[in-house]
Write a new protein. Structure first.
Length: 120
């Protein structure tokens, strides 16, 4: 197995292609190959943290959606229950306000029918 030193470019064999100019003087600087590895590592760590955060965010939203579905089902059950109660109450109102029922209650209370009104 080869060591890592064999794969690194040594500064003594590298001749810089570009020069970096300073304010006081111009001098050539050697390219630092170690910084490339550090930058790649930083990018890799940054992307892995970003992907982990996105995955956790997706899990949170999925959990919220599942609980929202349960809340929606509970609300729909309550709506169905109240609609059936509403229909029962409307049927009771219709029975209590029918003409035959009202005329029977009126006779029980002592009201009499007016003979001048023509019933159809």
């Amino acid at each position: 197995m080869l060591s890592q030193v064999d794969f690194r470019v040594k500064q003594e064999y590298y001749k810089p292609v570009f020069t970096i100019s300073g304010a006081a003087s111009q001098r050539s600087r050697l390219f630092d190959w170690g910084s490339i590895g550090k930058i790649k590592l930083r990018v890799l760590i940054t992307f892995s943290i970003l992907l982990t955060c996105l995955f956790l965010t997706q899990l949170v939203f999925a959990a919220n959606l599942s609980t929202d579905g349960q809340k929606l089902a509970i609300a729909q059950e309550a709506i169905a229950k109240y609609e059936s109660e509403n229909a029962d109450i409307r049927a009771q109102i219709a029975r209590q306000s029918s003409l035959t029922n009202l005329s029977q209650k009126a006779e029980a209370l002592g009201f009499s029918a007016n003979p001048k009104i023509i019933n159809p």
